[in-house]
Design a protein around this ligand. Structure first.
Ligand code: FES
Length: 209
C-alpha cells in the first residue's frame, strides 16, 4: 500500500476501508498477471510514473514477459498519446523491464549470394560451382539449408561427381558415403565428415557468410 493510502486509512478509516474494499472485491475474474498489465495501461494513460514503477515489476513477477509489458504500454497509446507512451518507455527501459533491442542483422555481401532458398530441392543434393570452391547445398527443411565443401575429406575428389542417393552422397573414388543432413561420414564409420561452409539466410536468399 502507498504511504498516502496508509495515511488515509489512519486519518479517514471509513472512507479508506470502502475505497480499499472496492479495489479488493471489484476485480475477481482476471488473473493477477492480467490485472497488473491492465494497471500498466492505466498508469501510462494517466501519466503516473510512480504507479508505473509500482505495477510493472508486479506484472513481471506475476509471469508477464517483457514483450507483454511493452504491449501493455503500447495499448495505452490511443488514450495516452505519443508523449506519455514514450515517457513510459524511458522509465521502463531505465528499470530494465522492456525487451532488449535486437542486434542489427550483419550485412550480407551480394557477391556471396548462392540463390533463393526455393531454388534448392528439399532433402536433395544440389551442386554449385563457385570461383572459390565447388559447393554442395542441401536444403534440409523448407526453411533451412546447409552448405558443404564438395571436396571429399578422404582424398579431395569432387563429390558433385559422386553418386547422389538423395539424402546421402557416395564418393566415386573410394565409395565413402556422407549423410547430407549432418555432414557425417557414414561409410566407413568414424571417418572425417564433410566440411561445413558458414552461410546465412536473409529474406529467403542464401549467402556465404
Ligand atoms: S576420395 Fe572420396 S572416398 Fe576417397
Amino acid at each position: 500500500m502507498s504511504k498516502a493510502l496508509t495515511y488515509l486509512a489512519k486519518t479517514r478509516p471509513e472512507a479508506a476501508t470502502h475505497l480499499l474494499g472496492f479495489y479488493k472485491h471489484s476485480v475477481q475474474a482476471l488473473d493477477e498477471k492480467t490485472r497488473h498489465l491492465i494497471q500498466i495501461v492505466t498508469k501510462v494513460t494517466v501519466g503516473t510514473e510512480r504507479g508505473l514503477r509500482q505495477y510493472a515489476p508486479k506484472a513481471l513477477k506475476a509471469g508477464a514477459s517483457r514483450e507483454e509489458i511493452l504491449d501493455a504500454v503500447l495499448m495505452a497509446f490511443p488514450a495516452a498519446g505519443l508523449n506519455k507512451v514514450l515517457d513510459a518507455i524511458d522509465i521502463l527501459r531505465d528499470m530494465d523491464l522492456l525487451p532488449e533491442v535486437p542486434d542489427a542483422a550483419p550485412a550480407v555481401n551480394p557477391e556471396k549470394r548462392l540463390g533463393r532458398l526455393e531454388e534448392f530441392p528439399i532433402q536433395k543434393m544440389h551442386c554449385l560451382q563457385r570461383p572459390e570452391a565447388n559447393l554442395i547445398i542441401f536444403r534440409s527443411s523448407p526453411e533451412t539449408a546447409v552448405v558443404y565443401s564438395a571436396r571429399c575429406p578422404h582424398s579431395k575428389a569432387n563429390l558433385c561427381k559422386g553418386t547422389d542417393h538423395g539424402t546421402t552422397v557416395e564418393c566415386r573414388v573410394h565409395n565413402w558415403i556422407f549423410d547430407l543432413n549432418s555432414g557425417q561420414c557414414m561409410e566407413p564409420p568414424g571417418s572425417p565428415g564433410l566440411e561445413r561452409i558458414p552461410s546465412v539466410l536473409r529474406d529467403g536468399e542464401l549467402y556465404l557468410a
